[in-house]
Design a protein around this ligand. Structure first.
Ligand code: NAP
Length: 292
């Protein structure tokens, strides 16, 4: 165990700030990590109003938190408070993990990108030279674009409900990556056989709208790898259809767990119990689903 963990007898404190945070799975996942690794630490979610955002950040430092996660709607807003910012966070202009050094210095990272990279690497999918279709152009899409570029994907088609947002995303990211970004106007039929991966980066299909699908069934082919960032339900309608067609179906649960694992490595420099993290997340999601 490293020095950082042994030095104090008070629990290390970690948190999550966002709004809303009520249904976040991070407290469950992180406290499971601490229990499993017998680390004297706690993780608490805080719902923070925008008008009190700065006070909340100062408060976490004053209370000697060792780090915190940032979620919607503050992933960009946090940047002005960062003392240093990791490369991936800087490219996507979004931070989801902060490490507090000596109660004052905020080192900021983006582990959503790591979550996507690990999702594909851990499955042994060789993505080099592949082409992908991303549906959506928000925060998750940004992380996917950077991750896919890191994975050696050569062409990324983006289809978004609001085309101007997709164009802005391409403008922001194209000069920073090798993969070529192509914005679609809706003409999916021309490219669907060309792409290897279909990735949903919208909330379409998320609970309670579980019968929605971001793409007509006919566009899902058996040779596709279909990845959905949505993790509630674990298997979305899109993934069900993919499985039915014989395609590879990858749930957003993987991204969630691997981004959490990357955060744990940043905060504590330890190997997280990934399978245990996945198990508690899946059990919790199944519990929610069975109650509904
Ligand atoms: P965001 O920044 O608000 O972007 C949402 C995107 O989805 C936009 O491109 C939006 O299109 C599109 N969209 C929203 N509703 C739509 C609809 N009904 N039909 C078509 N397009 C729609 O949100 P985000 O942060 O990217 O999050 C997107 C999803 O990813 C959420 O469900 C979130 O929970 C999930 N997520 C999962 C993980 C994970 O670890 N698995 C991590 C991050 C996010 P417009 O531009 O037209 O509005």
């Amino acid at each position: 165990m490293n020095h950082f963990i042994r030095k104090t007898r008070l629990p290390l404190k970690f948190g999550l700030i966002g709004k809303p945070v009520e249904h976040s799975l991070s407290p469950l996942m992180m406290n499971t990590v601490f229990n499993e690794l017998k680390i004297n630490a706690i993780y608490v979610a805080f719902e923070v109003d925008e008008s009190q955002f700065q006070d909340a950040i100062k408060g976490l430092s004053a209370l000697k938190f060792s780090g915190f996660n940032v979620t919607i709607p503050y992933k960009e807003k946090i940047i002005e408070f960062c003392d240093s910012i990791g490369k991936k966070a800087s490219i996507v202009n979004a931070v989801n993990t902060v490490k507090i050094i000596d109660g004052e210095c905020l080192k900021c990272y983006n582990t959503d990108v790591d979550g996507v990279v690990a999702t594909f690497k851990r499955r042994g999918i060789d993505t080099k030279g592949m082409e992908t279709l991303i549906i959506g152009a928000g925060g998750a899409a940004k992380s996917l674009i950077i991750a896919f570029d890191m994975l050696g994907i050569k062409k990324i088609f983006i289809l978004n409900r609001t085309k101007t947002r997709a164009l802005m995303l391409a403008k922001l990211l194209q000069s920073r990556i090798d993969a070529k970004i192509v914005i679609l106007d809706g003409e999916i039929e021309n490219i669907i056989e060309e792409v290897d991966i279909i990735a949903n980066a919208t909330p379409v299909g998320m609970y309670p709208n579980i019968h929605e699908c971001p793409l007509p069934e006919t566009f899902i082919l058996k040779d596709h790898i279909v990845f959905d960032v949505v993790y509630n339900p674990i298997e979305t309608k899109l993934l069900k259809l993919a499985r039915k067609k014989g395609a590879v179906a990858v749930s957003g649960v993987d991204m969630l767990v691997y981004q959490g694992a990357a955060t744990v490595r940043i905060w504590l420099n330890v190997d997280p119990p990934i399978e245990k993290m996945r198990k508690v997340v899946i059990n919790k999601l199944r519990g929610w689903y069975n109650q509904s």
